[in-house]
Design a protein around this ligand. Structure first.
Ligand code: F6P
Length: 320
């Protein structure tokens, strides 16, 4: 193998730049050439790619976003689109591809490999932490800390005004960000898509808390479990309490990656290059029990990631 390519795809996540840096530097260290593909699969189709050298990834390890930029390509979902991409594989002499992204991006890589047999290695990069085959995805830890920072700030004003706050957080169909930020932030209730919840129980807990002298309450809602505004309205109607709703939105995707995410990205990016060199053809890297592991790419989207019930129950007990 002489020349590989790297792209970032789907929603960006803090740490993607550290992953690109690791892929480029590890590959060059082993004497490989690296092509950087811009705007994910869109750039793959449109030949928006250029050779990367050691300095093209200098001064990026601490930056959020992705220097390669990213996109969600509809065209790559079509066989015509993938055929155009394959013509670029031939034109640029690409012998292996590293895809940094989420499960949708891995699905695209899997189909492309099945059709054209180009070796592909997935590096899980998404704030959602919704990929099986890895305990953590790049960006999840940073996003969780961003949410925690928001909880801390909202707590200040919530206490001053003795108010009930609803915080809607991202995660798609995953409640990981909500759960881990909620536990760390001492939220009264955490509503996640993986588990059924009852608004009546949420309201009863709120009332109990206020009767006991609580000065404020914070309820975290994962976007997959409902809209913050609806939940706020329902709680107001049932309890008569005024509710304030904050939707954190895309600020959860930005910011300088934490040390954990930088190190995870560096280890995963490096392992992806090793995997290509060792002949893996349709795989992903992941982290399990603090070891970087390699598993079949379809492991990422064939199973459904479950939530850690022990953590959920603990959050409930501690916020009694
Ligand atoms: O997958 C990452 C994510 O941020 C989800 O948490 C969220 O639902 C979605 O992307 C938002 O996508 P977009 O940036 O296209 O609005």
């Amino acid at each position: 193998m002489q020349r590989i390519a790297v792209l970032t795809s789907g929603g960006d996540s803090p740490g993607m730049n550290a992953a690109i840096r690791a892929v480029v530097r590890k590959a060059i260290y082993h004497g490989l050439e690296v092509i950087g593909i811009k705007r994910g699969y869109s750039g793959f189709i449109e030949a928006d790619m250029w050779p990367m050298d050691l300095s093209s990834v200098g001064d990026i390890i601490h930056r959020g976003g992705t220097i390669l930029r990213t996109a969600r390509s509809e065209e790559f979902k079509t066989s015509e689109g993938r055929k155009k991409a394959y013509l670029n594989v031939q034109r640029f002499g690409i012998q292996g591809l590293v895809v940094v992204g989420g499960d949708g991006s891995f699905r695209g890589a899997e189909i492309f490999n099945s059709e054209y047999n180009l070796p592909v290695i997935g590096v899980p990069g998404t704030i959602d932490n919704d990929i099986t085959g890895t305990e953590y995805t790049i960006g999840f830890e940073t996003a969780t800390n961003t949410v925690l920072d928001a909880i801390n700030k909202i707590r200040d004003t919530a206490t001053s005004h003795e108010r009930t706050f609803i915080l809607e957080v991202m995660g798609r169909e995953s409640g990981c960000i909500a759960l881990m930020a909620g536990l760390a932030g001492g939220a009264e209730s955490i509503l996640i898509p993986e588990l059924r919840y009852s608004i009546d129980e949420v309201c009863e807990k709120l009332i109990r808390g206020y009767k006991r002298g609580k000065l404020h309450s914070i309820i975290i809602v994962a976007e997959g479990a409902g809209r913050g505004l609806d939940i706020g309205k329902q709680i107001s109607e049932k309890t008569g309490l005024e509710t304030k709703v904050t939707i954190l939105g895309h600020l959860q995707r930005g910011g300088s990656p934490t040390a954990f995410d930088r190190n995870l990205a560096s280890r995963m990016g490096s392992k992806a290059v090793e995997a290509l060199m060792e002949g893996y053809r349709k795989h992903m890297v992941g982290i399990v029990a603090d070891k970087i592991v390699i598993s079949p790419l379809d492991a990422a989207f064939k199973g459904k990631r479950t939530i850690d019930l022990e953590i959920y129950n603990l959050a409930n007990i501690l916020s009694i």
